[in-house]
Ligand binder design. Structure first.
Ligand code: SF4
Length: 335
């Protein structure tokens, strides 16, 4: 059995913008552009980037909720890129999703017991008695009272609803869970509880996560490795425990925005100029060049490839060696 559970190669997806009386395609939003990533079994890969950078689209592509324009998706040793939906059905049991908005993702007319047990029903996994027993077990595991079984989503807080969403995602004991901003809509006070729950369940059921978030601190907490996405491309990948050693200028800007708990510790905030460019017409060369404080002429014309620059470190930057001097790690070392 291969170590890698998910391997995606050169994955690309654009969405047409149509105009005119005939509804012809007049432009294309380039949401995901040539993404290569792999996730090992039992690993948590954090995917971080600003809103609209293509993170959620990448998640939907992996789940085959939308079809890619190009590239490959290898899941659990099988190429599922163009697999027909009828053949995908049994594989879908092994890939589940936790959504950002726990209320919108739960059917308000269904009881919690029915919501959590629905995947078992859809995939005809158990009898109704077994289904009820498994839902009851899971309710306890995710920290909900058994009485929740017959109640409805509106009777619960945001954190409790997200526990229901998580229970629904893991009831089929999937191999891969795509958690798409699972704590962003929750109060800060309960984010930690949900993250701890996700970690506990991962250990208990040997799950693998693609954890998508715009919050680098949250991603650092839960991930083994982090991939940083910008305008539909992966800019850098590195071990989460070595966040301070990440060198790409965009990653450095994200790191500099993380609040430092020690009031005496001063870290210079890197404020990026301008807005994120439009994904309809991404900049030439390095797509980060209009906002990069270190951009040179070559950055405007030549696109950097995602190359290895250290053990477990990959970045798309022409000047990654020079960037070492600007990383938070070297900033701390010089103090
Ligand atoms: Fe900045 Fe150039 Fe590196 Fe892009 S390639 S991140 S523009 S220095």
């Amino acid at each position: 059995m291969s170590e890698s559970l998910l391997n995606i190669q050169n994955l690309t997806k654009g969405f047409p913008i149509r105009g005119g009386i005939l509804g012809r395609e007049v432009a294309r939003v380039q949401a995901v552009r040539g993404v290569d990533i792999s996730i090992d079994r039992g690993e948590v890969l954090g995917l971080v980037g600003e809103s609209g950078c293509g993170k959620s689209t990448l998640g939907m592509l992996i789940l085959r909720l939308i079809d890619p324009d190009a590239g490959k998706i290898i899941f659990d040793g099988q190429d599922i890129t163009t697999m027909p939906q009828s053949k995908l059905r049994p594989i879908r049991k092994s890939m589940q999703v936790v959504f950002q908005d726990p209320y919108a993702s739960l059917n308000p007319r269904m009881s919690v017991g029915d919501i959590i047990g629905e995947p078992l029903l859809v995939h005809k996994v158990t009898s109704s008695k077994e289904r009820r027993d498994r839902v009851m077990d899971l309710l306890k595991l995710v920290g909900l009272n058994e009485k929740a079984y017959g109640r409805y989503p509106h009777e619960f807080s945001g954190g409790q609803r997200q526990r229901v969403g998580i229970a629904r995602a893991i009831i089929l004991t999937p191999k891969l869970v795509i958690a798409d901003e699972p704590v962003s809509a929750l109060d800060v006070s309960i984010r930690g509880e949900i993250l701890n729950l996700l970690e506990d369940l991962k250990d208990r059921f040997s799950l693998t996560y693609l954890f998508i978030s715009h919050d680098l601190k949250v991603v650092e907490h839960i991930s083994d490795r982090i991939a940083v996405m910008y305008l539909g491309q992966i800019m850098e990948m590195f071990p989460a425990s070595e966040l301070c050693e990440a060198r790409h200028p965009y990653t450095q800007a994200l790191v500099s925005a993380i609040p430092v708990p020690d009031p005496d510790a001063k870290r210079e905030r890197i404020v990026l100029k301008g807005d994120v460019p439009s994904p309809i017409d991404p900049p030439s060369g390095c797509s980060f060049h209009p906002r990069c404080p270190y951009a040179k002429d070559v950055c405007k014309s030549q696109e950097p490839q995602l190359d290895k620059y250290g053990d477990g470190f990959f970045a798309a930057c022409h000047f990654i060696d020079e960037m070492k001097a600007h990383s938070v790690g070297s900033e701390l070392a010089s103090k």
